[in-house]
Design a protein around this ligand. Structure first.
Ligand SMILES: Cc1cc2nc3c(=O)[nH]c(=O)nc-3n(C[C@H](O)[C@H](O)[C@H](O)COP(=O)(O)OP(=O)(O)OC[C@H]3O[C@@H](n4cnc5c(N)ncnc54)[C@H](O)[C@@H]3O)c2cc1C
Length: 559
C-alpha cells in the first residue's frame, strides 16, 4: 500500500520546497514527478530570484510596490506584501542549503537589474539560477526521509465525498497504474507553456495539475493572463534571459534605434515585460523589424562579462544561430513564457476543495496579477511551496485517511487507459492536434487579442477536443510508452486552452498581458476583479472575485 500524509505532485522548485517543509514538520511525505526531478522546468530558469535586502538600502515595500504596479493592479496586495516580506529569509535559507549565488566585488551576494523594478534586487547564479537551486534542493531531498516516485505520471486525483484522498498514477517504466493514498495532495506541476506553440517552456510543461484540479472542481483564476517574454529566438522560441538586458543589453530596430526610448523613456529595455513585448510587436508591424524580429545587442557588454555572467546565452547563440553574441546582435521576438493564472489558492496553498493544495506556477495566489515581474516566479515557488508544505503537514496531523476501494479505483483507471491504447489508427495524430492547438493559441491569444480571433481559437479548441476523443496511440506496449504520456498530456492541455480562451473572451478591457485591440483601455470601474473559471458538466462557468487592495490605489502605469 502506497500511502502518505502529504503527497506532493511535481518535483520542480515549488514541489521540492513543499516536500522539504512537510517532512521537517514530521509528515510522512511523498513526491512524484513525471520526469527525473532535476529535469523539471525550474532547471531552465536563467536570470535569478528577487529579494529586497535591508542592508542594501532596499525595502520589501518597494519590491511590493513594483510587483503591484507590474501586475497592472490585478495582483492581490496582501499576498504580494507577504511574499516580499519573507523573500530575504527564503533567499538566505537557499544560500545556507548550499546555493552558490554570484558575489559582487566586495564579496557580498551580487545583484543584477531586472525589468519593472527601480532597483537591482535580482540574486543570481550566472545565467543558470534555476538549475543551481534545483540541484541543491534535490540534494536536501535525497538526504531526507521523503519517498520519491521518479518518472511516474499522475493521471487523476482520487476524490471521495468531495475530498481529495490521493492520486492515481502510472509508473512510466512499466505502464502499471497505482493508487497513492494521501491525506493532502499538493499540486506543484508547473505551468502550461506548451499549450502555445512556440513557447520558451520545456516540452513537458503541459498544465497537467491545472487541468487535474479544474476537473476536480477547483476554480482557476486569472487564466487570461499569459506572459509573452520580449526576448525569445524566432522559430524555436528559446529564451534569452532578461538578465541580458539587466546587464545592459539594448533592443534595436532595423535602423539601429533603441526604440524603447519612445515607449518607456525612463525604464527603457527594463520596462515590464508586457510593455516591452507590445513595443516590439508594434515596431515589427510598422516595418521597423528585420524578418519579423528586432535585435538584442550585447556587444558593448564586452567578452569577459558575457562569458562570465551570460555564458548560457553565449552558447545558445553559437549552437542555435551560429553567431558569436560578443560580435553580433541576436534576432529576438516576443514569445509565450509564463502563465500568471492557475489554480486559485490562498497564501497557504489551500484551494476551495478539501485535500487539494497548489503552489508554484500552477497556482494563482495571486501575486503576479496581469503581468509577472522577471525573477518573481522563482521567489513565488519557494515562498508558497514552503507555506503549502507547512500547512498541509499540519492539517494532515488532524486528518484520518478515508477507506478507499483501491482495486476498484485502479481497475477503472486501467480500463480508461486500455481504451485509449486499443484505438485503431484513423489518420489523426496526437502531435497534429497538439500543434494545431498551439498554433491557434499563439495566433489569437498572443500579445494582441480581439473578440473575433479569440472566438476562432475557442472554436478550434472545441473541435480539437472532439478529435481528441478518438485519436489513437501508436505505441501499443506498456514499457516506457511515451506516446501514451503525450496523449494524456494533450487531453489536459486542451482543458487549459479552453479555460484561457473563455477567460480572455470574458475580460473586455486591456490590462497587463491581456491587450485587446477592440477594448484598448484599462477599465477599473468594471474589470478591477479576478475572473474565475470552473468546470461544470455544461462547460466552463465564469465567476468573479475581488482584488485585494491594501496600500496602493490603482494608477495609470508608466515606465
Ligand atoms: C526558460 C525559462 C526561464 C525562466 N527563468 C526564470 C528566472 O530567471 N526567474 C524566475 O523567477 N522565473 C523564471 N522562469 C519561470 C520559472 O522557472 C517557473 O515558473 C518555475 O520554475 C516553475 O516551478 P514549479 O516548481 O512551479 O514547476 P516546474 O519546475 O515546471 O516543475 C513541475 C513538476 O511537475 C511535474 N509534473 C507535471 N505534471 C505531472 C504529472 N502529470 N505527473 C507527475 N508529475 C508531474 C514535473 O515532472 C515537474 O517535476 C523561467 C521559465 C522558463 C521556461
Amino acid at each position: 500500500m502506497l500511502e502518505h500524509d502529504v503527497l506532493v505532485v511535481g518535483a520542480g522548485l515549488a514541489g521540492m520546497r513543499a516536500a522539504l517543509a512537510a517532512t521537517e514538520m514530521g509528515a510522512n511525505t511523498g513526491i512524484i514527478s513525471k520526469v527525473y526531478p532535476v529535469r523539471s522546468h525550474s532547471n531552465a530558469a536563467q536570470g535569478g530570484i528577487n529579494a529586497a535586502l535591508v542592508d542594501r538600502g532596499d525595502a520589501w515595500e518597494e519590491h511590493a510596490y513594483d510587483t503591484v504596479k507590474g501586475s497592472d493592479y490585478l495582483g492581490d496586495q496582501d499576498s504580494i506584501e507577504l511574499m516580499c516580506q519573507v523573500a530575504g529569509e527564503e533567499l538566505i535559507s537557499l544560500e545556507h542549503m548550499g546555493v552558490i549565488f554570484n558575489r559582487d566585488d566586495e564579496g557580498r551576494l551580487g545583484t543584477r537589474a531586472f525589468g519593472g523594478q527601480r532597483r537591482a534586487r535580482t540574486f543570481f547564479v550566472a545565467d543558470f539560477t534555476g538549475q543551481a537551486i534545483l540541484h541543491v534542493l534535490y540534494e536536501q531531498l535525497l538526504k531526507s526521509e521523503i519517498t520519491s516516485y521518479e518518472e511516474w505520471f499522475v493521471t487523476s486525483l482520487v476524490m471521495q465525498e468531495g475530498k481529495c484522498c490521493g492520486v492515481l498514477a502510472m509508473e512510466i517504466r512499466t505502464g502499471r497504474v497505482y493508487l497513492i493514498k494521501a491525506k493532502t495532495v499538493i499540486l506543484c506541476t508547473g505551468g502550461l507553456g506548451r499549450v502555445f506553440e512556440p513557447s520558451t517552456n520545456a516540452l513537458i510543461v503541459t498544465g497537467d495539475g491545472i487541468a487535474l484540479a479544474y476537473r476536480a472542481g477547483v476554480p482557476l483564476m486569472d487564466m487570461e493572463m499569459v506572459q509573452y517574454h520580449p526576448t525569445t529566438l524566432k522559430g524555436s522560441g528559446v529564451l534569452i534571459t532578461e538578465g541580458a538586458r539587466g546587464e545592459g543589453a539594448y533592443l534595436l530596430n532595423k535602423d539601429g534605434e533603441r526604440f524603447m526610448e519612445r515607449y518607456a523613456p525612463s525604464m527603457m529595455e527594463l520596462a515590464s515585460r508586457d510593455v516591452v513585448s507590445r513595443s516590439e510587436t508594434i515596431e515589427i508591424a510598422e516595418g521597423n523589424g528585420i524578418n519579423g524580429s528586432v535585435l538584442l545587442d550585447c556587444r558593448h557588454l564586452g567578452e569577459q562579462l558575457i562569458k562570465e555572467k551570460l555564458s548560457q546565452i553565449y552558447d545558445i547563440g553559437l549552437d542555435l544561430l551560429g553567431i558569436d553574441i560578443t560580435q553580433e546582435p541576436i534576432p529576438v521576438q516576443p514569445g509565450m513564457h509564463y502563465q500568471m493564472g492557475g489554480i486559485k489558492t490562498d497564501v497557504d496553498g489551500l484551494t476551495s476543495v478539501p485535500g487539494i493544495y497548489a503552489a508554484g506556477e500552477c497556482a494563482c495566489v495571486s501575486v503576479h496579477g496581469g503581468n509577472r515581474l522577471g525573477a518573481n516566479s522563482l521567489l513565488d515557488t519557494v515562498v508558497f511551496g514552503h507555506r503549502a508544505g507547512n500547512h498541509a503537514a499540519e492539517v494532515s496531523k488532524g486528518t484520518t485517511q478515508e477507506p478507499l476501494d483501491v482495486e476498484e479505483l485502479v481497475g477503472q483507471e486501467e480500463k480508461r487507459l486500455a481504451e485509449i491504447l486499443s484505438r485503431d489508427a484513423n489518420g489523426d495524430r496526437v502531435a497534429r492536434i497538439r500543434l494545431d492547438m498551439g498554433t491557434a493559441m499563439n495566433a489569437h491569444l498572443g500579445v494582441y487579442r480581439d473578440q473575433n480571433g479569440m472566438k476562432e481559437a475557442l472554436d478550434t479548441i472545441q473541435q480539437l477536443k472532439e478529435r481528441y476523443t478518438t485519436v489513437p496511440v501508436e505505441d501499443k506496449g506498456r514499457t516506457f510508452n511515451t506516446d501514451m504520456v503525450f496523449d494524456l498530456e494533450l487531453g489536459l492541455m486542451l482543458d487549459c486552452a479552453e479555460a484561457i480562451a473563455v477567460s480572455a473572451l470574458e475580460r473586455k478591457e486591456s490590462r497587463g498581458a491581456h491587450s485587446r485591440t477592440d477594448f484598448p483601455e484599462r477599465n477599473d470601474a468594471d474589470w478591477l476583479k479576478h475572473i474565475l473559471v470552473t468546470s461544470t458538466p455544461e462547460g466552463p462557468k465564469i465567476s468573479y472575485s475581488p482584488v485585494v487592495i491594501t496600500q496602493w490605489t490603482p494608477e495609470e502605469r508608466k515606465y
